[in-house]
Design a protein around this ligand. Structure first.
Ligand code: HEM
Length: 546
């Protein structure tokens, strides 16, 4: 009995010491963060040392959707105080942004985001850092090369025509001339999922036709649960110990991961076997044995003879790329396409001009190069990706103290001019993608308008934007730029090619479409948010379809 009491007391004391250490460590961290050199930069003021700007009751404090207001008030480089005592640098300065993106090892993603994505989709390219990221990216780059995207372009058209036929079926049930209200976000979302399944890893979701596919349900439930995680989900993401409690969210993540593992490992095994057969085959047609999808290309690169054994991806790493393709490539593209259709509905002149160009094409399914040769389609997609960027910004954490160079020097709160911004380890840095895409300094006075014609003569200032595609920030830049940008651009072009030739889109009178960013900017009806994500448009058949 004595022994038990003694062990109990000792255990309790050790636990209290650990707890006190944990609290002291965190307080020291907060105290250090509060002394960040970023506190001298201009920016919205707050006295809330723990909650930061979120603790302010004013309108201005309600998150970073006020970034534009702040930017207009405080200039292109400023700081805010965020949760946990950290300061966050927000900068639209192109030189500063290029520096941050190019020095990816000193500016990794925040631990909280990596945990959130890591527990749900695994350690794929989206969350890997440092040498692991470099190794994975080197193996995966060829899977997203122009040659590989050319191979999968016919699959984009297969799905696009299935979508066209389904919409035609819906329309055939209504009087021809009037058109009907259809939630286009739902439809392009299903099409984008089918495309990522087929072209990404040779898997048939069949999402356009039915909701009951096992993998479809697993991801649907997962993303739905994460989107509605609430305060407990927030805390579980921050504290490992809380993730051990089997809440509804944790159970959904567990079930979804088990389903993905079962189906994904089957795909990886089959494709590895097919690639092996391909390598042994002497046939000229050997590249057709294993399939054309990105996962097969990745497995091929991973099994290449010139790759040192230690540099190969494990089966688990390959598996996590499947979830990564879905997480990174599905909603982003669906949201981009949804917003593009809304912009075209709101600009009937642009829509007509685009249709005129597309109807002149004789092939039903042009190649990637033929799609890229359509000038107005290219302008519309560039303009929409600029104006409707599905990812509105991204955050990084400073690992080592640094001086970030500036194109435009900043005057601090004490009136001192700085040509660099001093950041300390633990500070956060925000790259405001949408704000840079919409900046008047870079794009001219009409920056906030949807105007594809701007791409005939792109602004000189915008050329300094360090984005990987078309001098816009939508796909970011540097070593962590979106690896799937070519895939997404051609997929969007193929879907628009088919949809705009077949249908006319118009806004629904009296409906105000708003958006909310949960990593991806997603649409809803203003005042009817509880109905969920949707983007209804009036859809009508084009009088004469080619
Ligand atoms: C319109 C569609 C898309 C948009 C706007 C978009 C945007 C982005 C952005 C902004 C990032 C950087 C995120 C960050 O570091 O914070 C990113 C990364 C990434 N994207 Fe995309 N993306 C799109 C489509 C796709 C597609 C179709 C795929 C795959 C098939 C894909 C795969 C990835 C991956 C794997 C990464 C991580 C790259 C790395 O860290 O090395 N994306 N994307």
């Amino acid at each position: 009995m004595m022994d038990y009491l003694w062990i109990y007391r000792k255990g309790l004391r050790a636990l209290l010491v650990l707890l006190a250490g944990f609290v002291l460590y965190n307080l020291a961290q907060i105290a250090r963060r509060l002394r960040s050199p970023l506190r001298f930069l201009p920016g919205p003021h707050t006295d809330q040392w723990l909650f930061g700007i979120l603790g302010n009751s004013s309108e201005e404090s309600k998150g970073e959707r006020f970034a534009r207001t702040w930017y207009e008030k405080h200039g292109r480089t400023f700081s805010i105080r965020v949760f946990g005592g950290s300061y966050r640098l927000i900068t639209l300065d192109t030189r500063a942004v290029a520096h941050i993106l190019l020095h990816a090892d000193n500016y990794p993603k925040p631990e909280t985001l990596r945990t959130l994505l890591g527990v749900s989709i695994g350690e794929g390219l989206l969350i890997a850092e440092g040498d692991v990221h470099k190794r994975q990216r080197r193996i995966m780059n060829p899977s997203f090369s122009p040659g590989q995207i050319r191979e999968v372009t016919p699959m984009f058209f297969d799905t696009a025509y299935q979508l066209r036929d389904l919409l035609n079926t819906v329309l055939s049930k209504s009087p021809e001339s009037m058109g009907i209200e259809i939630d286009m976000y739902g439809w392009v979302g299903r099409a984008a999922l089918d495309i990522i399944g087929q072209a990404g890893f040779g898997y048939q979701f069949n999402a356009l036709y039915d909701d009951n596919n096992e993998l479809f349900r697993a991801f649907h439930d997962l993303f739905h649960a994460m989107g509605n995680a609430g305060i407990l989900g927030f805390l579980q993401n921050r504290f490992w110990i809380l993730r051990q409690i089997p809440t509804k969210l944790i159970n959904i993540i567990r079930i979804s991961k088990a389903t993905t593992r079962k189906i994904g490992m089957g795909l990886v095994r089959d494709k590895k076997r097919a690639v092996q057969e391909e390598l042994q085959s002497k046939s000229i047609e050997k590249s057709r044995i294993a399939g054309r999808d990105l996962l097969t290309a990745l497995i091929r690169a991973n099994m290449a003879e010139d790759l040192a054994p230690g540099h190969q991806m494990s089966d688990d790493e390959v598996l996590s790329q499947i979830s990564t393709f879905i997480a990174a490539g599905h909603e982003t593209t669906a949201s981009g396409l949804g917003w593009t259709l809304l912009s075209l509905a709101q600009h009937p002149g642009v829509q007509d001009k685009l249709r005129e160009e597309l109807l002149l094409v004789l092939e039903e399914s042009p190649s990637m190069d033929d799609l890229n040769a359509l000038p107005y389609l290219d302008m519309v997609v560039k303009e929409s990706m600029r104006y409707n960027s599905p990812v509105t910004g991204t955050t990084r954490v400073v690992v080592k103290d640094d001086q970030i160079p500036l194109q435009h020097p900043v005057v601090d709160r004490n009136g001192v001019l700085h040509e660099t911004v001093h950041v300390q380890a633990g500070d956060q840095v925000r790259v405001p993608i949408l704000e840079m895409n919409m900046s008047k300094e870079m794009w001219g006075e009409d920056a906030a308008e949807f105007h594809p014609e701007r791409w005939t003569e792109e602004s000189q200032a915008a050329r300094n934007i360090p984005g990987v595609w078309a001098h816009i920030m939508t796909f970011l830049g540097g070593p962590r730029a979106c690896i799937g940008y070519r895939f997404s651009v051609i997929e969007s072009k193929a879907l628009l090619f088919v949809l705009i030739r077949a249908f006319e889109f118009a806004p629904v009178p009296g409906l105000d479409i708003g958006g909310k960013s949960v990593i991806v900017y997603r649409p809803h009806i203003v005042g009817r948010e509880s109905e969920g994500l949707q983007l209804p448009l009036i859809v009508k058949r084009v009088a004469k379809t080619v």
